[in-house]
Design a protein around this ligand. Structure first.
Ligand SMILES: Cc1ncc(COP(=O)(O)O)c(C=O)c1O
Length: 417
């Protein structure tokens, strides 16, 4: 379907370009994603021009439970009867309940937490704790990583598209290719405060490291008294078919873990930096070195706790794996239908990515999928890839709709070659 804005939408787009930047509107229009959402429910939202859009991205985990999940709306409404943000100078039972629930899910003795509003803030705190706890400055991250936009988090990023205008970044940060244990062995030293990795990197086309990678990383960290930080902002909370993606690396216990996005259940900002009891000792010396006026709000804690109650059940995690398999079966068929266009796919649970032969294929697929009424997103650190990460509540029929739309989009790739 050709998308041509008119009437009210055209007017809104012009005003939006003026207020928020013309380039942003131009890029989104190019991708077919110049959408003003009105109604939103389940896996669907409606553009202001009445067009229905099926969500195949879940905002990288924010909408893991779809839009306005009834149990989350109910929990929030109940919370609104007696709660507000909460007073972060004081104590909060809602924070305690959420911390208890998270501690019941995390590996080893990652039993302590600090809550904030965004993943970037939670990453910043993880890196601050690592430096404060160790008294060292070195931080190693992956070349292909994305951990956020704030000072410490941005300094982990090696992609100039994100960092170039803001240099010099913080000193002490270095990068290694993801999954390359020899490169990490060369880089890590007694000056390294922490190594920070995602369990797998969808942003780069779903890089999945060798099976023994994280146990080897853990060993190298232990040898150097370096903290291991695992960023589960995208991969955590069920996306890969386990509650935390690091569980795929049996027996590996990080020192610090980070969660955000899905923790909001798409309804209220929430992020968590979770750490071991040993690391928590840092706060005995510096109890007030990190503070957020509005982060970790009582309402947000109620919402996040309700989300965990839904997702952290064996049958729910099983349904994620089954839906992942249905997607993978569809991709296998697409590979047969479009052998010269679709090079490969990556899949673990409902964390999936299609990799195209065309190095900029992600851009074109984004546009063609939007024309088919599907919202997906190219991988920003690998423009040959498009991320397909639908909400967990997607139905079999909707999965088939996504596969059909991918088929139609891949056909268009062929025609325009
Ligand atoms: C792996 C990862 N970590 C951290 C962040 C930052 O999260 P936020 O956008 O909530 O600041 C992101 C955001 O996309 C992310 O993908």
């Amino acid at each position: 379907m050709e998308i041509k804005p008119s009437g009210k939408k055209k007017d809104l787009l012009e005003r939006y370009a003026y207020r928020f930047g013309a380039m942003r509107v131009r890029t989104m229009s190019h991708l077919g994603l110049d959408i003003f959402e009105t109604e939103r429910e389940g896996c669907w939202s409606t553009d202001i021009d009445g067009r229905k859009i099926l969500d195949a991205l879940a905002l990288q985990g924010v909408f893991n439970l779809g839009r306005r999940h009834p149990a989350i709306v109910a929990a929030m409404k109940k919370g609104l009867e007696y709660l507000d943000l909460g007073n972060n100078f004081l104590m909060s039972e809602e924070q305690l309940t959420l911390a208890d629930k998270l501690a019941a899910t995390t590996p080893g003795n990652i039993n302590c937490a600090f809550f904030s509003s965004t993943g970037s803030e939670a990453v910043d705190l993880a890196l601050k704790i690592a430096r404060g706890y160790s008294g060292r400055s070195g931080i190693i991250s992956a070349n292909e990583c994305y951990h956020g936009i704030t000072g410490f988090a941005l300094s982990t990023n090696s992609n100039p598209d994100y960092t170039e205008p803001f240099g010099p970044l913080m000193p002490g940060f270095s990068h290694v290719p993801f999954g390359d244990i020899d490169a990490l062995r060369k880089e890590i030293s007694k000056d390294t405060a922490a190594v920070i990795f995602e369990p797998m990197i969808a942003e780069a086309g779903l890089l999945i490291p060798p099976d023994d990678f994280f146990s080897n990383v853990r060993e190298l960290c232990d040898k150097n008294d370096t903290l291991l930080i695992i960023d589960e902002v995208v991969t955590g909370l069920g996306r890969t078919g386990k509650f935390w993606a690091i569980e795929h690396s049996k027996g590996v216990v990080p020192d610090i873990m980070i969660s955000a996005k899905g923790l909001t259940a798409g309804m209220y900002p929430m992020a968590a930096t979770m750490f071991t009891e040993e690391v928590a000792d840092f706060f005995l010396t510096y109890p007030y070195c990190h503070y957020s006026s509005t982060g970790g709000s009582d309402l947000g804690c109620v919402v996040a706790s309700a989300m965990i109650d839904i997702v952290n059940r064996p049958e729910f995690l099983q349904s994620i794996n089954e839906k992942g398999k249905r997607l993978a079966n569809g991709y296998a068929q697409l590979m047969k239908n479009h052998p010269s266009i679709l090079e490969s796919y990556g899949q673990i649970g409902m964390h999936t990515v299609l990799r195209l032969a065309d190095p900029a294929g992600g851009f074109r697929m984004n546009r063609y999928l939007a024309e088919e009424g599907i919202f997906a997103l190219l991988a920003t650190n690998n423009t040959a890839a498009i991320r397909i990460q639908p909400p967990f509540i997607v139905s079999e029929k909707e999965i088939d709709q996504i596969i059909d739309a991918l088929d139609a989009a891949l056909k268009k790739m062929k025609i325009k070659e």
